[in-house]
Design a protein around this ligand. Sequence first.
Ligand SMILES: *Cc1c(COP(=O)(O)O)cnc(C)c1O
Length: 578
Amino acid sequence: MGFCYNKPMPLLKDYIREPKIAYFSMEIGLRDDMYTYSGGLGVLAGDIVRSAADLNIPFVAVTLISRKGYFNQEIDEDGHQIELPAIWEPSRHMNTAPERVSVRIEGRTVHIQAWVYFVESLRGGSVPVIFLDTDLPENSEEDRQITDYLYGGDDAYRMKQEAVLGIGGVRMLRRLGFKIKKYHMNEGHAAFLTLELLHDYKRDIESVWDESYIWDVESVKELCVFTTHTPVEAGHDKFSYELYDRILGDYFPKNVLKRLAGEENLNMTLLALNLSKYINGVAKRHGEVSQDMFPGYQINAITNGVHSYTWTAESFRRLYDKYLPGWANEPEIFVRVGVIPDEELWDAHMEAKRRLIDYVNTVYNAGMDYHTLTIGFARRATAYKRADLLFYDIERLERIGTGRLQIIYAGKAHPKDIEGKHLIEKIYSAMKRLRGKINIVFLKNYSMEIALRVISGVDVWLNTPLRPLEASGTSGMKAAHNGVLNFSVLDGWWIEGHIEGYTGWSIGPGPEEAKHIDDINRVDAEDIYHKLENLIIPTYYNDRKTWIRMMQNAIGKNAYYFNTHRMMRRYVTEAYIR
Ligand SMILES: *Cc1c(COP(=O)(O)O)cnc(C)c1O
C-alpha cells in the first residue's frame, strides 16, 4: 500500500507521556504482508489508525498478532475454495517490547508479549499499534497457539483470544506506561477489557449488603466507547457460562457478570453496551436498527469512512495533487472537484482501468478489453451480500450484456461458511456459462492491494446486500474516491450517499418499503437488469459527458464526506472528549 512504512524503531517512551485513546480491535489491516485482517472491520481499523496519525490524535491501537493469518485462498477449477495458513513473520516488520504480562486461562498462567508497529503519517504524526502474542516458550504448546488464527477455532479458542485481547491488552498498556483516557471497543470482541477496568475501580469496602456495589460501573462507563457493527442478533459473540467457568474461572464474580452480560449467555455486546457511556452504529440506518435491537440504550451513529490517500489510485493521486492540493489531509477540498477538466478526469480513470485489465488478462487470461463497461464486485463471500444476484435470470443478463459488459469478482468465504463458499461456486459456473459473451473473472485471495486495484479500475461498483444487513459497507466509498460509480441496494452508507442518477444508482426499493416485500431477490434483480439495460449501459456508451459528470459527483459528494478524517473528527468531538 506504500503508505505505512517502518523507519528505525521510534522509542515507545516518546509516546507514553501524553494520555491516549486506546482503540481495541480483533483485526487490523495495516499492510498486505501482515495478515492481521479478514475484511471490512479490520480495514476500517487500519484506516482509523492512518487518519489518527495524519490528524495527530493521541492514539494507540491494540490487537492480536494472528501469526497464521486469516487464510490464503486458493480456488480449484470448479470454484471450490481451498484454505491455506497465511503465515507471516512479525520480526520482519517490527520489534517486541521488553515488557510482558500474563492472563490466567484454564488455570494456567499464559504469558503475553507485545510487538509494536508504528503507523507513520507522511505529515509527521504516528500511532503505535500493539500486537499481542502468546507464542512464547514459557507457555504450553496449546497456549502458544492462542494468537495464531484470526477467527479460527471453536468457542473456547475465541474466548481465549478475547481474554488475551481485552484483559491482556489493558494490562499491557499499563505495563508499557501508557496513560489512557478512553478505551474504544471496535465491536464486542474486546469487551472483557471492561471487566479488567472494573477491577481497577473496585471500591475499597469491607462488607456490603450487595456485592455489585463494590464494582464502580459508572467510572468505567466514563472511560469506554463502543462501536457496534452487527445488525443481527446472531452476529454477536455469545458464550456459555460453563465455558466462562472453565476458561476464566473466578476472574470476575459470575453473579455480577450475569447482570452486566446477560443471565443466560455471556453476551459480549451486552457487556460492552452496559459499560460504555458512548455507543454508536456505523451508519445512520445502522444506528436506528441497533436502537431497535437494544432498547434502553442510547445508540448514536457516526457513519464510517475510508482513508482517502490509501484508497486513491496512483493516477488519481496525481490528478488531485495537481488540481486539489492538500486533498489527502483535507478531503473537504473534493468539493472543488469541478476544477478538474473532464478529459483529465477520464484519462486518470482509463489509466487505472488499463492497469486492472492488464492485470486480469496477464494473470488470469481473462480476455478483457479497455473499452467494455466493467462491473466490479469484491467483498467477503457471505450469503447476505448476494454475490450471485446478478445471475438471478442469467438469460436476461446474457441478452442485456453480451458484448457490452465484463465483470470482475473477488472475495473470501469464512472456512466454516458453507453458503459463502457456495456463492463462489455459483460465480464460477456463471463464468463458464457466459464465456465469450460476458467475460467474468474471479480474483483469488482478496486483499487490500487487490481491492485498490479492482475498486479503482472498474467503471461501476455493484453492491447487493440483503437489507438491513450491510451495517455500513466501505468499499463503495473507496470506489467513489476514484470516480467509480456505485450501483447499490439502499442499505448502510449508500442510503446517505445516494442521489439517483447523480452520484450513482440505487437497486430496488428503499429500506422501509423493502421490509414489506417477500420476494426481494426477484424485485432487486429486476431493477438491476432494468437499470443496466436502460440507464447504465446507454449512458456509458452514448453519453460520456453525463458519465463524467456523475464521476465528479461521486468524488465531490461521496469521497468528500465518506472518509475517516471526517469520521475521526466526529469521534473526537462526540465520543472521546465527552
Ligand atoms: C474495503 C475492504 C473490505 C470491505 O468491503 P465491503 O464492501 O464494505 O464489505 C473488505 N475487504 C477488503 C480487503 C477491503 O479492502
